[in-house]
Design a protein around this ligand. Structure first.
Ligand code: FAD
Ligand code: NAP
Length: 492
């Protein structure tokens, strides 16, 4: 799971900032590591002193618990008894005591907003803050409300003071596409500035404008295809997101607004948003450091700006653990270095594995979700660039649906540009609109595609995929008189 923090570099709350307000760590006693804390939370011990009961906490009650041996802290409306956590806090007891008996939301956000305290402190929850009945008279009073969020009015005021006009958006459609246009009214906007996520009906586009985020967040009125394109007209700061309609009906409206739709809010208040990524490859670089390649979901547009870090999240023995990592450039040695085939779906990390660490051994244990296509990338690249006598390279790519095809547009572009390369997509569960080839690997499909140009032409056939697929493929190739030497299968 991956999240990208704020656009400014380093982010105000980033660990990369070492200046005042930054984060310092203290040496912890033996047996007080995060893993030890997780073990304690799983031990069934009553950590709140309330035997699992949840209570409503008044401000007066909260204030009473302000000692090291009796310390309650409120974060975003929830109160935690952090007394048992004192010795485990990497920032030290004194740092935690700064928020003792009070609302620690602002302090928490300043120091390490990305830490998943909900998961780490879930056994310490005492209850919710009692809702105050008094209506705040002005902003100063409103800020005291224990929810950790700034009121919207303050954002508008700040913008007005800076003389900045708010972004806006519009949309238009043809039979097949819907285009959402965001007018940022800024000149320094590029593809890094916009993050788009589409999950089920929910469409979310976050445009980063200095320390603010302009959010489009809509439950779309009609279904769209998984993939979409994003274009930026830099000189006028216009962003166009082109969505493909699933059905060519006319949309009467774009959809229903969801949380924060059409609003400009400080980046720090947008919340963390994680995407499920696939581990595509893992290569040893030194004895303890590996190059990891993660693939973003097809329904995400995200480019991590140079030098920025992201947060990776894993659930380790039932607790969500988050650690920051800095993506490295994709030009480092890897199977995916070929620029023609690269799109922005891949993020690379150089990560040192600490055998006694908490996060990295777990990351290292993750199974590669490699696809049968993975080894073909390097072969394709090698054949097209290093074999002068090469006449033809053909790729027959079997998938379930169009959405499963990795690098489709890049492969099509490559076939268009390089006459020597042909690609054929074969789908086992296509939609009715699919005009291409259908089915599983079969004699009919192979005989159409695999033809010798002459009896003595040299051929190498590489095959990779699930074992039954590969085995069946090899049998069919033998039936078609391709010799053992002409077939290379990628099997374990
Ligand atoms: P940890 O559990 O933190 O342990 C690391 C080591 O410290 C182990 O040897 C462990 O035994 C020891 N240790 C842990 N607790 C104690 C203790 N109390 N006393 C003594 N020893 C202790 N890392 C990368 O590899 N690549 C990156 O690109 C990268 N980018 C980063 C970017 C930023 C902005 C930051 C702040 C960090 C970055 N890191 C990066 C570091 C990364 O976030 C993790 O800290 C690192 O991967 C170790 O995590 P871990 O949970 O495996 O190890
Ligand atoms: P995939 O997309 O799930 O399947 C590829 C094609 O094989 C699909 O068309 C699929 O049809 C078909 N298929 C599945 N089971 C079949 C069967 N029993 N008979 C005939 N066809 C069948 O798989 P992938 O992601 O390409 O590859 C995953 C496999 O490749 C894993 O086993 C992995 O270990 C292996 N792999 C090996 C290497 C290596 O270097 N050795 C590298 C990467 C991956 P449906 O879609 O209809 O199921």
């Amino acid at each position: 799971m991956l999240n990208v923090p704020s656009q400014s570099f380093p982010a105000p709350s980033s660990q990369q900032r070492v200046a005042s307000g930054g984060r310092s760590k203290v040496p912890l006693k033996q047996g007080r590591s995060l893993m030890d804390w997780i073990r304690l939370t799983k031990s069934g011990k009553d950590l709140t002193g309330l035997k699992g009961r949840l209570i409503e906490v008044t401000e007066e009650e909260l204030k009473k618990h302000n000692q090291k041996d009796d310390c309650w802290i409120c974060i975003r409306g929830f109160v935690y008894n952090v007394t048992p956590y004192m010795e485990y806090h990497p920032g030290g007891e004194d740092e935690l005591m700064r928020a003792a008996g009070s609302d620690g939301t602002d302090l928490f956000d300043q120091v390490h907003r990305w830490v998943n305290y909900e998961s780490m402190l879930k056994e310490c929850v005492v209850g919710r803050m009692a809702v105050k009945s008094a209506v705040p008279k002005d902003y100063r009073e409103e800020k005291k409300v224990l929810n950790g969020m700034l009121p919207k009015s303050q954002v508008t005021d700040t913008l007005a003071k800076e003389g900045r006009s708010s972004p806006s958006y519009d949309w238009f459609q043809t039979d097949s596409i819907v285009t959402i246009v965001i007018y940022t009214k800024q000149k320094d906007i590029n593809l890094d500035s916009v993050i788009v996520d589409h999950q089920d009906d929910s469409f979310r586009a976050e445009t980063l404008i200095k320390d603010y985020s302009y959010i489009i967040h809509i439950e779309l009125s009609h279904e769209i295809e998984e993939d979409f394109s994003v274009r930026v007209v830099e000189n006028v700061g216009k962003i166009e997101i082109v969505l493909k309609k699933k059905e060519s009906t006319s949309w009467k409206h774009l959809g229903h607004p969801l949380e924060n739709h059409n609003s400009l809010i400080p980046k720090k208040d947008t919340g963390l948003y994680y995407r499920k990524c696939r581990l595509i490859s893992k290569e040893g670089v030194t004895h303890d450091t590996k190059l990891f390649c993660l693939m973003l979901p097809p329904s995400t547009h995200l480019q991590v700006p140079v030098g920025q870090h992201v947060y990776l999240k894993l659930t380790i023995t039932g607790t969500e653990i988050v650690k920051p990592y800095t993506p490295v450039s994709d030009s480092l040695p890897s199977e995916f270095k070929e620029p023609v085939l690269l799109n922005n779906k891949y993020i690379f990390f150089l990560i040192k594995i600490y055998p006694a660490g908490l996060f990295t051994p777990e990351l290292d244990q993750l199974q590669i979700a490699g696809t049968g296509f993975t080894p073909m990338v390097k072969i394709l690249n090698f054949a097209l660039t290093n074999i002068p006598s090469l006449r033809k390279v053909k790729l027959m790519f079997f998938n379930k649906t169009e959405d499963d095809i990795i690098w489709r547009s890049q492969l099509e572009k490559l076939a268009f540009k390089d006459k020597r390369f042909d690609v054929e997509f074969v789908l086992s569960a296509p939609t009715s609109e699919w005009n291409g080839k259908r089915g599983h690997i079969s004699p009919a499909l192979l005989s159409e595609f695999l033809k010798r140009s002459s009896d003595n032409s040299k051929v190498l056939i590489c095959i990779c995929g699930p074992t039954p697929f590969t085995e069946q493929g090899i049998r069919l190739l033998h039936d078609r008189n391709f010799s053992k030497e002409e077939i290379h299968s990628f099997t374990a």
